[in-house]
Ligand binder design. Structure first.
Ligand code: NAD
Length: 486
């Protein structure tokens, strides 16, 4: 890629500037921490902005503001909280184009996809929480007990970089709708879109302290939030390793945790499936956002009788994953988020090949732009279900394909994972597909291409996490249950 051309691409018109403040107690505030975080554009490898590296004093201030705001915010009538969230939705909608372009810059998601997924999806989620926040409190009776839900308190939200605003919204909108207040620490790689959200929060006039932003390193700001005695619940999305660490920090004071962690999801294609559709949809799913998707179907399991046919379709579909500048209309696959991520992914491809996998598409020698953290869409066949590339989350554009001989074997391979976040089943017989779906130990399964539902509970079995986000289940995650006997 021509670096000068990429840097001056006509699509890169979104103003990106240094941000020097944190949002605490309802206003933009100078940080106590003196460091800065440089934000890189992974396509051009140029630094495009800096944000503050907050410290533990900044976390203390933000938590104190959230604690002070909790009483009045939780006491508002549901319709009043819904009205604030509705104003936030309007302020954020006005920024939709900037959001998409900012994520295309700081993460590298192709603009067309960013418009739908990085800007559109969080707006849809926020809209759903405007509706849910406005519904009357749901109570029920059990014998002589009145059962009510009450907001848990101050929520510490710690989020990753791959769908940076969506993951923030799943937490912040759910928590605010439930009557909680929030301290957010976004990912270091993609903090700029969080600033757009807090510009909108500022414009919408949410009461001071209800939502606070502290940027900074996970080891400092994230740890301080997770360990803070006045944070009642930590809602984390990210890697399983960091999720475990956060659980330990929260456990010392019995704070609630919700964890949305990694995945290695199986796409099960039975022999009576519409194979071209199943494989093409599966390839697109695996490579969405350069494979940096926690729910990606990164293991394609295909009935042996149709295995070679599936590999041919997968190779052709992978070849159609055009690499390039996220602002070019023809680009399907942007760069990976960082140089480190690119090296990790390349290491996994080398490991898979060394362990005996057959290269069907892409690979380490496939042409990529000479600037930017690109890896070609790679398909590995004949992968041993117990091998590293079949077991570990690669978080890049690498799909492994594994044959099976029966529904029982497909279920056993699908469940041979420490993760359980998502998955898919394809069959001409929907009852058969549903039976396989019910046996998969995972938080979500799409049958024959069933569409993503932003109101359905989202979360994982096993090491993919604890708790659920989105919709009513996501709101309930931020409530404590109280029984009142009469
Ligand atoms: P990560 O775990 O490295 O970081 C996530 C967040 O935690 C970041 O904000 C980071 O700064 C912070 N952090 C890092 N170390 C910390 C510490 N010691 N204490 C507190 N906070 C700390 O994950 P990532 O690389 O940003 O994101 C990729 C991972 O996220 C993948 O494993 C992916 O599967 C997972 N993910 C899961 C979901 C889901 O909903 N299940 C969604 C998206 C991503």
């Amino acid at each position: 890629m021509d670096l000068a051309a990429a840097a001056t691409h006509p699509g890169r018109t979104t103003p990106i500037a240094d941000r020097t403040q944190l949002f605490i107690g309802g206003r933009w505030t100078a940080p106590h921490g003196t460091g800065v975080i440089a934000v890189e554009d992974p396509t051009t490898e140029q630094v495009i902005a800096h944000v503050p590296a907050g410290d533990t004093v900044d976390v203390d201030r933000a938590v104190a503001a959230a604690k002070a705001a909790f009483g009045p915010w939780s006491a508002l009538a549901p319709a009043e909280r819904a009205a604030f969230l509705d104003r936030l939705h309007a302020a954020l909608s006005a920024r939709a184009e900037d959001i998409a372009a900012t994520v295309a810059r700081e993460l590298g998601t192709p603009l067309r996809i960013a418009t739908k997924v990085q800007a559109g999806l969080p707006l849809t989620v926020l809209r759903s929480y405007v509706e849910l926040a406005g519904q009357p409190e749901s109570t029920h009776t059990v014998g002589n007990s009145l059962i009510v839900g009450e907001p848990v308190g101050v929520v510490g939200a710690i989020t990753p970089w791959n769908y940076p605003l969506h993951q923030i919204m799943a937490k912040v909108a759910g928590a605010l709708a439930a009557g909680c207040t929030v301290v957010l620490k976004p990912a270091d790689l993609t903090p700029l879109v969080a600033y757009l959200l807090f510009d909108a929060i500022d414009e919408a006039g949410l009461p001071p302290g209800v939502a606070n932003l502290v940027t900074g390193p996970g080891s400092v700001v994230g740890s301080a939030i997770a360990a803070h005695p006045d944070v009642d619940m930590v809602s984390f999305t990210g890697s399983t390793a960091v999720g475990a660490r956060i659980s330990h920090l929260a456990a010392d004071r019995i704070a609630r945790v919700a964890l949305e962690l990694g995945g290695k999801s199986a796409n099960v294609i039975l022999e009576d499936a519409d194979l071209p559709r199943a494989v093409k949809t599966g390839v697109a799913n695996a490579f969405l956002n350069s494979g940096q998707t926690c729910t990606a179907w990164t293991r394609m399991l295909v009935h042996r009788s149709r295995y070679e046919e599936a590999l041919a379709v997968a190779a052709e579909a992978a070849a159609g994953q055009t690499l390039g500048d996220p602002f070019d209309r023809g680009t399907r696959l942007g760069p990976l988020a960082s140089a480190a991520q690119r090296e990790t992914v390349r290491g996994y491809i080398a490991r898979g090949l060394a362990d005996g996998a057959r290269l069907v598409a892409g690979g380490l020698d496939a042409p990529v732009p000479d600037r930017g953290h690109f890896v070609a869409a790679t398909v590995l066949a004949d992968v041993d279900p117990d091998s590293t590339v079949a077991q570990e989350e690669i978080f890049g554009p690498v799909l492994v394909v594994i044959p099976f001989d029966s529904d029982d074997e497909a279920v056993a391979i699908a469940n041979n994972s420490r993760y359980g976040l998502a998955g898919a089943v394809w069959s001409g017989d929907e009852d058969r597909a549903l039976a396989v779906a019910r046996r998969m130990r995972t938080g979500a399964v799409d049958v024959n291409g069933g569409a993503f539902n932003p109101l359905a509970p989202f979360g994982g079995f096993k090491q993919s996490g604890i708790g659920r986000e989105l919709g009513r289940h996501g709101l309930d995650e931020f409530l404590e249950t109280k029984a009142i006997q009469r």
